[in-house]
Write a protein that binds this ligand. Structure first.
Ligand code: FAD
Length: 619
């Protein structure tokens, strides 16, 4: 086995993942902590990493308070409605009241914003979205982080959090390895902000084989945002609330600009408005939620899924009308060029010209994330001025592990943050982390060399598994002693797909399936001790897989716990097909005991903070 050099770093604030939230955290940490040592560690290269790597065509969260377009309260109402009543309103409100200032900084930093020629305001795509020429979005925010950090480490994957050995339940840093050099990195830190993005590829994707990298959510988002806090014993929330997206088929091209700006609409293969057809059926499942405006995203998915199951597919986006207008046609194509070039390539390969042919839509495999129309993630403290006691324990966005903060996809309960809201949440977390240090909450942290050496052995074990076991292979890739990361990944995806409500079962699951799924996931975890990696890239794949597997266990535990179907169209509990507000109008919380690996589940009240005052006044 080659020797792997160990590098030691000490810092005040360690940001894990330099995507939207991580760059926001790094930037803001410097603002409040002028003298602090701030380090950002990124698995890829922060110039082009994370879900925004390729660029975006719209900033999906902007209030426009300066023009009185929307207020933060409006955004809370919107997110609450879309998530079928269950959000952390304190977190959503806190993000919304700060998000405009973030966007104004992007503007100052040179992000090309589209302006409405008549009003001079930012060009609206929809009520919350503003349009940008966003190919350069990620390099621009990366520059702000680079100028703020003491050091940015690219190409280092963080695999574990270090824990303080003096005080229980307090973080002490993180460890990982450089996947180019193979060197081992120990970051001893007073606070850690995890902002490592969501999770794709835990459910079997629609595109398999040679097309398997083609998913809606970034294929490199591997759930570290969840696995790191879960392994450290942090509480998680709403992990059952996975998201399914309705997107253009095969390329997963975005539909937002099409629906909102081009005013295109969907229809079934017979040219009918199928959503209307499913109104009564949906009402029986979810009651008055179907009458809410706008229709919650999951319920629109539900109509799509039902229509396809009833034989009405394929579902099309009607583009032929809008594309007759040359301006809208240009917007339609540019929308892909700035963020999903692959969709244009797919259409070219299938001979689809949306001006003459309505393209097909599909529903994606489920993903786990905390910043889109869904809110899986860590259970964090809210801000002191508005959070009820159960939601507040001292420092904004701190998880239930002392000194461990989260932002962006990492944080649960606060949906519809998107890119700008994730950056904003990174800022909020960093400000609180500085305060935590200033208030001397991070004194005398002890992380022994023994702890670090122990993780080193664990991290490189897949290389050893491979080196020792490869001689037993007589042909092909099947070994009696190890499994390769790709084999483990496909096994994980099959379990999640068939037992936890993926595409091949039309998102359907039930208590018995989930229990069986948990059993199979346990065995998978056992076998992952024997995952083999032939090089450093495969070592990264091995750790990505382990993080995905842990995230999947948590998702499955949550799905089993919530005995209702809260979000039809995202998933169905066949044994509890109806929404049940009487018993389940609450948030779900899990904790995995780091010593035993067992999960415990609890319910937490959902507080409707916005409008409560008005209700009180009225009564
Ligand atoms: C297809 C798609 C389209 C979208 N469209 C829009 C849109 O039009 N408008 C909009 O505003 N928002 C959009 N979003 C949402 C937006 O991209 C996300 O809300 C935002 O990127 C989340 O920020 P984040 O920092 O949590 O995750 P990310 O930005 O994904 O950053 C996570 C970072 O962590 C790194 N990382 C992961 N694991 C590790 C590890 N173990 N160690 C070190 N680093 C690690 C990753 O490489 C990555 O750089 C879209 C998202 C997707 C996927």
């Amino acid at each position: 086995m080659p020797k792997h050099k160990t590098h030691y770093e000490e810092c005040d604030i360690l940001v894990v993942g330099g995507g939207m939230a991580g760059t926001g955290a790094t930037f803001e940490a410097r603002h409040w902590g002028r003298d602090l040592k701030i380090i950002c560690v990124e698995k890829a290269n922060i110039d082009r990493s994370g879900a925004v790597a390729q660029g975006l065509y719209a900033i999906n969260c902007y209030m426009g308070m300066q023009w009185n377009e929307n207020q933060p309260e409006d955004h809370v109402r919107y997110a609450r409605n879309d998530l079928m009543g269950l959000v952390r309103e304190d977190l959503g409100y806190d993000m919304a009241r700060h998000v405009d200032s973030t966007v104004h900084m992007f503007d100052e930093w040179g992000l090309p914003m589209m302006k409405n020629p008549k009003t001079g305001r930012y060009q609206r795509e929809g009520k919350w979205q503003i349009m940008i020429h966003g190919e350069s979005y990620k390099p621009i925010v990366a520059e702000a982080a680079k100028k703020s950090a003491d050091k940015i480490y690219n190409r280092i994957m963080i695999t574990h959090l270090l824990m303080d050995e003096e005080k229980e339940n307090r973080v002490g840093g993180a460890v990982g390895f450089n996947m180019r050099t193979g060197d081992y990195y120990v970051f001893r830190a007073k606070t850690v902000i995890v902002s490592a993005g969501g999770a794709s590829h835990i459910f079997k994707p629609r595109a398999v084989g040679e097309g398997m990298g083609r998913t809606w959510y970034a294929p490199w988002s591997n759930g570290s945002a969840y696995a790191l806090p879960i392994a450290a014993g942090a509480k998680m929330t709403q992990m059952e609330n996975r998201i399914v997206l309705c997107r253009f088929k095969d390329g997963y091209g975005p539909v937002g600009a099409y629906f909102l700006h081009l005013k295109t609409y969907t229809q079934n293969a017979n040219g009918e408005n199928y959503e209307k057809k499913w109104y009564e059926q949906t009402k029986k499942l979810v009651g008055e939620y179907i009458d809410h405006h706008p229709t919650p995203t999951c319920l629109r998915n539900h109509a799509f899924v039902q229509e396809v199951m009833a034989g009405g597919g394929p579902i099309h986006m009607v583009t032929k009308e809008a594309f007759q207008d040359p301006h809208l046609e240009t917007v339609g194509w540019e929308n892909f060029l700035g963020m999903t070039v692959g969709q244009a390539v797919v259409w070219a390969s299938q001979n689809v010209d949306p001006k003459y042919q309505n393209p097909e839509l599909t529903t994606s495999e489920p993903y786990v994330m905390g910043s889109h129309a869904t809110c899986s993630g860590a259970w964090v403290s809210g801000p002191e001025d508005i959070s009820p006691p159960e939601y507040f324990w001292g420092y904004n966005r701190m998880t239930t592990v002392q000194g461990l903060f989260g932002a962006g996809d990492t944080v649960g309960g606060s949906a519809h943050k998107f890119s700008s809201g994730s950056f904003t949440e990174g800022r909020l977390a960093a400000k609180a982390a500085v305060k935590y240090i200033q208030e001397q909450k991070a004194e005398n942290i002890k992380v022994s060399d023994k702890q670090c050496e122990n993780f080193k052995k664990i991290i490189y074990k897949p290389l050893e598994n491979y080196t020792v076991g490869r001689n037993e292979i007589t042909g092909g890739t099947v070994s009696p002693s190890y499994i390769l990361p790709i084999q483990g990944l496909q096994r994980l995806q099959k379990i999640m797909d068939e037992y936890v409500g993926g595409i091949s079962v039309n998102y359907m699951t039930n208590g018995n399936l989930l229990k069986k799924g948990l059993e199979l996931l346990d065995w998978l975890q056992e076998d992952l001790e024997n995952v083999g990696a032939e090089d450093y890239h495969q070592l990264m794949r091995a750790w990505e897989l382990k993080h995905r597997a842990l995230t999947s266990q948590c998702v499955t535990e949550h799905t089993l716990f919530r005995e209702e179907t809260r979000w039809p169209g995202y998933y169905y509990r066949g044994d509890h097909l109806k929404l049940d507000d009487e018993n389940w109008h609450c948030l779900t919380i899990s904790r995995r005991d780091p010593k035993t690996g067992k999960f415990t589940m609890e319910k937490m009240p959902v507080y409707h903070i916005i409008d409560e005052e008005k209700k009180k006044e009225a009564s």
